[in-house]
Write a protein that binds this ligand. Structure first.
Ligand code: BGC
Length: 760
């Protein structure tokens, strides 16, 4: 239906019908208006599978949802760094939604991983906004290609679970723009999601639901979003203020109470009816977009989708360490140790929890492979070492050629609704790993966790395979990777710090009472660790393969550009090993470090390439202004500082293989207002202003003058030429009154400043 037709329809609605439209009919449905043929539509969690509840939907999950397919959670799928794969996964999810009559899938969840402790990191994608933006956009494209909407969430700054419904995330605008909004921006501009979900928390004091700057100025006006914004479940505070701010749909329904308040607000003039109408138009536009594109022939083929879940999982696993023990050969006499080999932890708790139609464990998937045995090793229900189980594991490990321990975090260690308090694995599992590694040099650890863990045993084991929360087919994918049917190609979309205390948010997470200050600013994840040159357990972008890759011929098509130009960067990547494999080629840009504080480098491109042994492919990146820009608060826009930038290409943030330099010249001056408190150095930076100040500076020199060596040892030791120059640079203009012996007056200064401010 055209927007004009929708406007026409809205003009036929009563005030009560319009107000009613802006809240759910229940937990999962929008309202319909029968007399006008406005249908009800259903939304459903999300993000990595369908959690479609029956009519008695209850959010807390007391009532089961339908049997569905659990794909790998965001922590895993983002590690694939494979846009095409996520788009395909989105297509599968879109088909499932069509088959089940779901108009909007509530996801992807894409908040930045500020701290490893955030209970919901398992759903989130990355510590880096470029990765979060690219991977979420890929998924959104896939789902929406099936004429089903998405609801990227939680917009914005919902980076912790503690007090998520009341906490105020306090961040400066540059930090928000460069880190916490940038991923959403990239995704919105690339895909135009049908809906967005606002977060529970406040942002610098204002609830996201009532944040006009966020929901209207930034999201709609700047980024061009044209769908509807829904609240997170229960995120509405003051409904009328929220409508004005641009929050279209309150979820779940409010039993009519807030609808009445909207009606009253229109009647008493508090809320212009035109604002209400526009909110309804935006919502109905999406309702009809779904209704008119219903695919009633779509089927939900759970077994087919299980195989897709397996593929996504195997492409997402990250081989963190390998001394050559992997891949296993098939006649290695392998013992699988650990509860998660037979009952894998493959998803997290909360609103994303899927009622999986089946689960494949590694033990089950390896049943056909000769020489693979299994012992339980630990029980994750209680973090208590069972010495009998450990003894059994140690004996089995001794007798085997290789021990593979399936370990990780139990459900109670991480979940929606609360944050972790430490980064450790259960002591009982650490103890088991140490005991097994002590008797078996070929010990492999396979991890199931939604967020980084400390690894006190890392030097004692032969290999570590990070599977994150790999979805219901995780066991089959693990066997594919462990036995070399699939060559691992995932990379970490987040840093694994050595210890929690190293994380930049450590001192300010989860904050004090209802306030959390993002004091680390833009220095999130590798932006902090790399700038500080800190040791990390595993760096951002890290992931090994069963083959090796060489990088060569890095070219940048121009070495001198304006910030309005685009640059093409190419690099050759060769598979130098003996089996086919995939490499995630990463491009980072390093700023000039002049007047703007910035991270040592930032990711601005990645490409995943598949290579046969001996094969070389050329990977191409295009860099535009944004790759060099930072958020300038004076301009309230992106700005590029003139200077020399490094273009660094490599296999992780700590494995840069090649680098080229490029000079970028800014085409946009940052307006500067001079006052008598401006420093001489700042004035002299602008060559056009230097002449205005020349005479005054000469007078100061005469009075203060750096003492030359020949003018006497003692004097030059007290005020050197260097000191005198530095003093002058950092001196405010008003000091000229003190340091010229009265030769420059206040009036002279005011005149000079006026002159400076009038120079174009
Ligand atoms: C979660 C959302 C979810 C919604 C509906 C909320 O508690 O934060 O991510 O989509 O519930 O289940």
């Amino acid at each position: 239906m055209t927007i004009e037709k929708i406007r026409e329809l809205v003009s036929q609605m009563t005030l009560e019908e319009k107000a009613g439209m802006l809240s759910g009919a229940d937990f999962w449905h929008t309202k319909g208006v029968e007399r006008l043929d406005i249908p009800q539509t259903m939304v459903s969690d999300g993000p990595h599978g369908l959690r479609k509840q029956d009519e008695q939907g209850d959010h807390l999950g007391v009532n089961d949802s339908i049997k569905a397919v659990c794909f790998p959670a965001g922590c895993a799928s983002a590690s694939s760094f494979d846009r095409a794969l996520l788009t395909e996964m989105g297509e599968y999810l879109g088909d499932e939604c069509q088959a089940e009559g779901i108009s909007v899938l509530l996801g992807p969840a894409m908040n930045i991983k500020r701290s490893p402790l955030c209970g919901r990191n398992f759903e989130y994608l990355s510590e880096d906004p470029y990765v979060a933006g690219e991977m979420s956009a890929a998924l959104v494209k896939g789902v929406q290609s099936r004429h089903v909407g998405t609801s990227p969430k939680h917009f914005a700054l919902n980076n912790q679970e503690g007090r998520r419904m009341s906490v105020s995330a306090e961040a400066d605008e540059r930090t928000m723009r460069e880190i916490y909004l940038a991923g959403f921006e990239r995704m919105v501009k690339a895909t135009k999601p049908w809906t967005m979900m606002c977060s529970y928390n406040r942002i610098n004091g204002t609830y996201a639901a009532a944040n006009e700057w966020l929901l209207t100025e930034v999201l709609r006006k700047e980024w061009g979003f044209d769908g509807y914004v829904m609240s997170d479940w229960g995120a509405v505070d003051e409904r009328v203020a929220d409508v004005k701010a641009g929050l279209n749909l309150e979820m779940p329904g409010n039993g009519g109470l807030n609808d009445k308040r909207i009606v009253e607000a229109v009647k008493n003039g508090e809320l212009p009816e035109t604002v209400l109408d526009e909110n309804v138009v935006q919502l109905l536009n999406i309702v009809f977009r779904f209704e008119e594109n219903r695919d009633k022939t779509a089927v939900f083929d759970r077994d087919r989708d299980h195989e897709m879940a397996r593929r996504v999982a195997s492409e997402s696993m990250v081989l963190l360490k390998n001394n050559g023990v992997l891949p296993l050969s098939g006649n290695d006499n392998v013992v699988f140790i650990g509860k998660y080999a037979s009952e894998p932890r493959f998803q997290g708790g909360g609103s994303s929890h899927i009622n999986s139609h089946k689960v494949t464990s590694a033990a089950e998937a390896a049943a056909g492979i000769a020489g693979v045995s299994f012992v339980k090793g630990f029980d994750d229900a209680k973090d208590q070492t069972d010495e009998a189980m450990v003894r059994e594991a140690v004996e089995a490990a001794k007798a085997a050629g290789t021990a593979v321990i399936f370990a990780g975090l139990p459900d109670s260690f991480e979940s929606e609704g609360y944050d972790r308090t430490h980064m450790r694995m259960p002591e009982s599992q650490n103890h088991l790993i140490e005991a097994v590694a002590a008797v078996q040099p070929n010990t492999v650890v396979v991890l199931h966790n939604g967020s980084p863990v400390e690894m006190p045993w890392i030097d004692k084991v032969a290999a570590v395979l990070e599977c994150y929360l790999g979805g219901q087919a995780v066991g089959a994918a693990q066997v594919d990777v462990l036995f070399g049917k699939v060559n691992p190609s995932g990379k970490l979309a987040e840093t694994f710090p050595v210890q929690l205390e190293d994380n930049p948010s450590f001192l300010n997470f989860p904050g004090e009472g209802d306030t959390v200050c993002y004091r680390e600013g833009i220095f999130v994840g590798y932006r902090y660790y790399d700038t500080k040159k800190m040791d990390v357990l595993f760096p951002f972008g890290h992931g090994l393969s069963y083959t090796t890759f060489a990088y060569g011929n890095l070219t940048v098509d121009r070495d001198n550009i304006k910030d309005t130009d685009t640059v093409t960067v190419t690099v050759d990547v060769t598979n130098t090993g003996s089996c086919a494999g995939k490499e995630v080629v990463q491009l980072y840009v390093a700023g000039p470090h002049k007047n703007v504080i910035r991270p040592e480098k930032e990711l601005k491109g990645f490409e995943k390439v598949s290579l046969e042994p001996g094969e070389t492919k050329t990977v191409t990146f295009t860099l535009e202004k944004r790759a060099f820009a930072y958020w300038n608060t004076v301009l309230a826009d992106w700005h590029v500082e003139t200077g020399v930038y490094g273009v660094k290409v490599g296999a992780s943030s700590r494995d840069i293989r090649l680098e080229r330099k490029i000079s970028v010249t800014s085409t946009q001056a940052v307006p500067h207002t001079y006052t008598i408190h401006s420093t001489m150095g700042d004035v002299m930076e602008n060559p056009k202003l230097a002449p205005i100040l020349a005479d005054t500076m000469a007078k100061i020199s005469e009075t203060l003058g750096g003492q030359k060596k020949e003018e006497g040892e003692a004097a030059s030791a007290a005020i050197s030429e260097e000191m005198s120059a530095a003093m002058m640079r950092d001196m405010p203009l008003r000091s000229a009154m003190s340091f010229t012996g009265g030769k420059v007056s206040y009036e002279d200064l005011v005149k000079m400043v006026e002159q400076m401010n009038s120079v174009e």
